[in-house]
Design a protein around this ligand. Structure first.
Ligand SMILES: *[C@@H]1O[C@H](CO)[C@@H](O)[C@H](O)[C@H]1NC(C)=O
Ligand SMILES: *[C@@H]1O[C@H](CO)[C@@H](O)[C@H](O)[C@H]1NC(C)=O
Ligand SMILES: *[C@@H]1O[C@H](CO)[C@@H](O)[C@H](O)[C@H]1NC(C)=O
Ligand SMILES: *[C@@H]1O[C@H](CO)[C@@H](O)[C@H](O)[C@H]1NC(C)=O
Ligand SMILES: *[C@@H]1O[C@H](CO)[C@@H](O)[C@H](O)[C@H]1NC(C)=O
Length: 651
């Protein structure tokens, strides 16, 4: 009996200590209650609290979507309706039993934006200890089209990584979770998980899925089996095992595993080592340091991390998540075999045995080395063609974005060189034109504060809407800027920007003719395709007619093939670098240095739409052409999925 096997661990957890953090010292695994007790022993530090709130309050002036998110345009108005300014005031006026409780409120407040670019993550807590349950779930469709929740068929095979389960549970049908219909737990999670606007996509976050990672095929446990905070201690499931008929009830404990944090012996040393501002938390004056390479504090929250040290102005669009990927790998029986030589990290190529379908598995638009990554896209797709591929499946499951120009490059080489793809197939964008943003730009254009063109607000780094470089003396936030009233609030944006990728951002040798007929391309995802992945899939779908298929979403809920479009994402530290480098740190609108180990993501440029050209693409519809029913044979089996997709959606 499962419960009795695992129960001793729970009982062993009840140890009373004066400083609850000492219990955790030196441990790899702990009970969630022990981690919680440690976190809850930290009282709110009023100075830290006001510091965080002031950083938030001033950073959201750079986030393009703050006023839109008070009530998002349709079809997302029901999903996104959060006013961060009133939230910050509310949190300021609230008292909390502990710093941990305050963090949960701050984190969930940002998550209600349903925007994986605009997040508050505090590494003192988020994924410092990761809460695991050894039974990830799948949403399975039977032969009659009926969907039900099952413990993942591969649960036993992946469980060694997350501390044990019993073989007999794999594949069991789940009748109830904590005494309620599983749908209750799925929807409760969809309300708090954040990251994606669409309800269906947030439901999908509950379940296990896969991702092509840099060196392996990874297994994503899903929100049921992996939590960034020690929220749950155990779960009681009513199940029916495979081939059985009698329901049984099992209670399974969550276990907390230590994340990538510094060692400690007690509460004070935990806080000193893990909760204070770290390298990269705050920006730097690039002219007072060794140049424009800065440390990116958000790398820990990137599914597939970009290089931690990057040129300040390198353009990326990437989702941040407080539950980043872990080291759990897809079991060898499920991992795709025989990739074609020449793939690079997250970019891998396969030929299906029908002799005509090539597969490009692309788990991210991030890689350790930019140009070789782009070159491998060209080489791999060319090899697929040489092997006879006339049609293409692009699997971008859990692709949370990365380099913007990598997305445009991929579009261009698939669809060929033409006016809509040269130099890029991107969206026009706008930046927010707040008072401080305008002053930063003013310092650059009037007072030559960025002679080396390192900064994002430097006009010469951008093309205008008719694709000409903006002159050095033009404050592009003012000249050609647009005023809007959004949800009753006056707002201001820059002039419309055009292309951002130039030939210098691409390897040589882009083919004139497209490598594939875009109509014979199917983009496959579990809906969790964001940022640069959205830029790629939206333009391929809306401009070129490529098909899109979502894997295994709920049949009665509209499925979106991507979400969180943005345009260019960044964070507080990057804005702080712009401020410090232009000598404006003492301005009353400048956020202070953050004193805690937190990151605050934002959307810095927002992409305009393809269908509604003067409205952000962010809140336009991205309805998938198909929702592939996941059977036991297809569940988390990429090769089986690709074969089925090729048969069903390509001919
Ligand atoms: C946040 O900023 C607004 C102005 O944008 C100001 O009125 C308000 O007092 C600030 N709130 C906090 C908590 O700092
Ligand atoms: C699972 O957790 C228990 C209790 O913390 C620990 O003793 C054991 O070593 C762990 N097992 C694995 C496989 O890590
Ligand atoms: C369930 O029954 C089928 C058909 O008899 C068998 O092939 C399969 O191995 C069984 N599975 C389990 C887990 O017992
Ligand atoms: C872009 O810049 C050029 C040169 O400064 C100018 O002639 C053109 O009107 C600008 N286009 C727009 C849309 O502002
Ligand atoms: C936008 O508003 C600002 C401040 O009210 C004003 O100075 C500017 O002229 C306006 N711009 C346009 C294009 O109307």
């Amino acid at each position: 009996m499962v419960a009795s096997v695992l129960l001793p661990f729970l009982l062993a957890a009840v140890v009373v200590a004066q400083d609850p953090c000492t219990v955790l010292a030196g441990k790899k695994w702990a009970a969630p209650a022990e981690v919680r007790a440690c976190y809850q022993s930290f009282a709110v530090d009023e100075a830290e609290k006001s510091n965080i709130l002031e950083v938030m309050n001033k950073t959201i002036n750079f986030h393009t979507s703050t006023n839109y998110q008070i009530r998002a345009p349709q079809p997302y108005a029901d999903q996104v309706h959060e006013n961060l300014y009133t939230d910050i005031a509310r949190i300021g006026a609230s008292s909390y039993a502990s710093d941990y409780e305050m963090h949960i409120d701050m984190s969930r407040t940002y998550k209600r934006l349903q925007d994986g670019h605009c997040v508050w993550i505090n590494y003192c807590y988020d994924s410092a200890w990761i809460n695991y349950l050894p039974t990830p779930l799948s949403l399975i469709t039977d032969n009659y089209g009926k969907q039900s929740v099952h413990i993942a068929y591969e649960a036993f095979k992946v469980a060694s990584a997350v501390n044990g389960t019993l073989e007999g549970l794999s594949g069991a049908k789940v009748l109830s979770i904590d005494g309620k219909d599983p749908q209750v737990a799925i929807d409760a999670n969809a309300k708090i998980t954040g990251s994606y606007q669409a309800w269906g996509t947030r439901q999908n976050s509950f379940f296990a899925s896969y991702q092509r990672a840099a060196s392996t095929w990874n297994y994503i446990l899903g929100n049921f089996a992996q939590q960034s905070l020690p929220l749950a201690d155990s779960v009681t499931l009513k199940i029916v095992r495979v081939n059985a008929t009698k329901p049984e009830t099992v209670t399974l404990p969550y276990r907390s595993r230590i994340g990538a944090i510094a060692s400690f012996t007690d509460g004070p040393s935990y806080r000193a080592a893990n909760c204070k501002a770290d390298e990269g938390t705050n920006g730097v004056d690039v002219y007072a340091t060794s140049g424009d390479t800065v440390t990116d504090p958000t790398f820990k929250a990137q599914g597939i991390p970009l290089p931690k040290e990057r040129p300040h102005k390198q353009l990326v669009n990437i989702l941040l998540d407080d539950t980043p990927a872990t080291d759990v790998v897809l079991p060898p029986t499920l991992a795709p075999a025989n990739p074609i030589a020449g793939g690079f990290e997250v970019a891998q190529f396969y030929m299906l045995d029908d002799g005509k379908t090539g597969v490009f598995a692309l788990g991210s638009f991030s890689a350790s080395d930019y140009l070789p990554f782009l070159q491998s896209m060209l080489d791999g797709l060319t090899k697929l063609k040489e092997q006879g591929a006339t049609q293409l499946v692009v699997d971008v499951s859990n692709n949370g974005g990365g380099y913007i120009c990598a997305a445009h490059w991929l579009h261009r080489i698939i669809a060929g060189s033409k006016p809509s793809t040269v130099p890029q197939a991107g969206l026009d964008t706008i930046a927010r034109s707040g008072t401080l943003a305008k002053l930063i730009t003013e310092q650059i254009v009037k007072n030559n504060k960025d002679p080396s063109h390192f900064l994002l607000y430097n006009p010469v780094n951008w093309h205008n809407a008719t694709q000409q470089i903006i002159p050095a003396d033009v404050n592009w936030l003012v000249v050609g800027g647009v005023n809007k009233t959004i949800n009753g609030h006056k707002d201001a944006f820059s002039q419309r920007l055009g292309e951002e990728c130039t030939d210098a951002d691409y390897p040589a040798g882009a083919p004139e003719a497209g490598l594939f007929d875009p109509k014979k391309v199917v983009i496959v995802t579990n809906g969790r395709c964001a940022s640069s992945c959205s830029l790629f899939s939206i333009t391929m779908h809306k401009l070129e007619g490529s098909k899109t298929v979502v894997l295994g979403g709920k049949a009665d809920v509209q499925q979106e093939f991507c979400g969180v479009v943005g345009g260019q994402s960044t964070d507080f530290s990057t804005m702080d670098t712009e401020i410090k480098s232009t000598g404006l740190k003492d301005h009353e609108l400048a956020p202070p240095d953050l004193v805690v180990n937190g990151v605050h993501g934002i959307t810095w440029r927002l992409g305009y739409g393809i269908e509604k050209k003067n409205e952000p693409e962010e809140w336009q519809e991205h309805r998938a052409d198909g929702n592939l029913a996941i059977t036991p044979e297809l569940a988390n089996n990429p090769t089986a999925i690709w074969k089925t997709v090729a048969k069903k959606y390509l001919h």
